[in-house]
Design a protein around this ligand. Structure first.
Ligand SMILES: C[S@@+](CC[C@H](N)C(=O)[O-])C[C@H]1O[C@@H](n2cnc3c(N)ncnc32)[C@H](O)[C@@H]1O
Length: 372
């Protein structure tokens, strides 16, 4: 997601009050704990209380911008299923389905192969009750009925095809900062006035086992998402045991590296990450390098990442645009072309967003990942 800077003044939220009380009582918390509460606190978390996605919300996503995004992924999934030997029963899993737009487009495109939709058991992994409701409304008319899972571990063990768009960026990161030649964890404590939240540094060095980069200058920040690594490990355990693959799409970096990527967005504008927790979307770039290493350690295969624009073009974006535009009014055709440009052009979402595939060993290179 991309945005301009905010002009609004942050307001104090109930979650902020709770966090300040907690920090006064127990001391600073990790950035990961802050992020987990800001997004997922059962009563005050951003995804529990708001209507985040779309023009009226805080941000928009590729499947919300263009139907072609989900349609091409639908065709990719059908091809991946065929390469697995067309199993008669398999899990079709979406992590963090938002308003269900991508899955609706996937299922419409996949109708080209009715055997695929007949074999699919659709699972949606979603924490937000409000978004589950929207997913149900969007998908209830279709021929594949969804089941919802609170946790990935709740899904039945079977060959699986998994998709996740802008899901891994919601998983909490911890931050470490280089100070006077050593590392300290960057924590969320109280600001100098004692009345609000602010970044502080941990008193002791983090454990050596974290293997923080040796080459860093004073002030540099390194982020680690243990939550993302654990999620990738769970995915790979399912894939290596039962077969299948996972398509992960997110903004992030190809190689692990220094730099702060924690950011917040509200009303389509950047927002100070610690301000008004629960009212802004807080995310961090995905470290695809780290996810690939988890996959390899688990005996799975990591393909990519490939920039989103190149991936979509390889799947036939331009051809689909031309087909959809046929017979449309000039204005409608322009809307279709503008949507495709936004999701694929390098200066828009085409370069910063990346696509990675984790797969069970022994499967052919998936479509879109050849010659990278
Ligand atoms: C940025 S939105 C992306 C929505 C959708 N994939 C799209 O592209 O429009 C993140 C989605 O992940 C869900 N989510 C965030 N953290 C989650 C978690 N820990 N477990 C399950 N779902 C989560 C949110 O509720 C939301 O549906």
């Amino acid at each position: 997601m991309t945005a301009k800077s905010t002009s609004k003044t942050p307001e104090r939220t109930p979650l902020e009050e709770r966090l300040i009380e907690l920090i006064k009582l127990k001391g600073p918390i990790t950035v990961a704990d802050f992020m987990a509460d800001a997004l997922g606190h059962p009563h005050e978390g951003y995804y529990m209380t708001g209507a985040p996605i779309g023009a009226e919300g805080d941000f928009t996503t590729a499947p919300e911008i263009s139907q072609i995004f989900g349609e091409l992924i639908g065709l990719w999934l059908v091809e991946a299923w065929r390469s697995m030997g067309s199993p008669k029963d398999f899990n079709l899993i979406e992590l963090g389905p938002g308003r269900g737009a991508m899955m609706a487009d996937i299922l419409r495109a996949a109708r080209l192969r009715p055997e695929f939709t007949r074999a699919a058991h659709l699972w949606l992994v979603e924490t937000s009750g409000r978004l589950r409701h929207e997913q149900q409304k969007r998908l209830r008319a279709g021929d594949v009925k969804p089941s919802w899972a609170d946790e990935f571990a709740d899904i039945s063990q079977a060959p699986s095809l998994i998709v996740a768009n802008e899901f891994f960026d919601c998983l909490p990161v911890r931050q470490f900062q280089r100070v006077k030649g050593g590392w300290r964890e960057r924590l969320v404590g109280l600001d100098p006035t004692g009345a609000g939240l602010g970044f502080v540094l941990g008193a002791t060095p983090p454990p050596a086992a974290l293997d923080l980069p040796a080459q860093a200058g004073d002030g540099d920040i390194f982020e680690i998402s243990f939550a993302a690594r654990e999620f990738a490990a769970d995915i790979c355990a399912l894939l290596t045991e039962h077969g299948g693959c996972a398509l992960l799409i997110d903004y992030g970096h190809i190689q692990s590296g220094l730099g702060e990527t924690l950011q917040a967005v509200r009303s389509h504008r950047y927002w100070p990450p610690l301000a008004s927790p629960g009212r802004a979307d807080v995310t961090a770039h995905v470290d695809f390098d780290a996810l690939a290493r988890v996959a390899i350690d688990a005996g799975a295969v990591a393909h990519g990442p490939v920039p989103q624009g190149r991936f979509l073009e390889r799947l036939g974006l331009s051809i689909r645009v031309d087909t959809l535009c046929k017979g449309k009014s000039a204005a409608d055709a322009e809307t279709i072309r503008a949507g495709a440009h936004r999701i694929a052009a390098p200066e828009q979402m085409g370069e910063i967003f990346k696509v990675m595939c984790l797969s069970a060993p022994g499967l052919p290179t998936p479509a879109g990942f050849d010659d990278i």
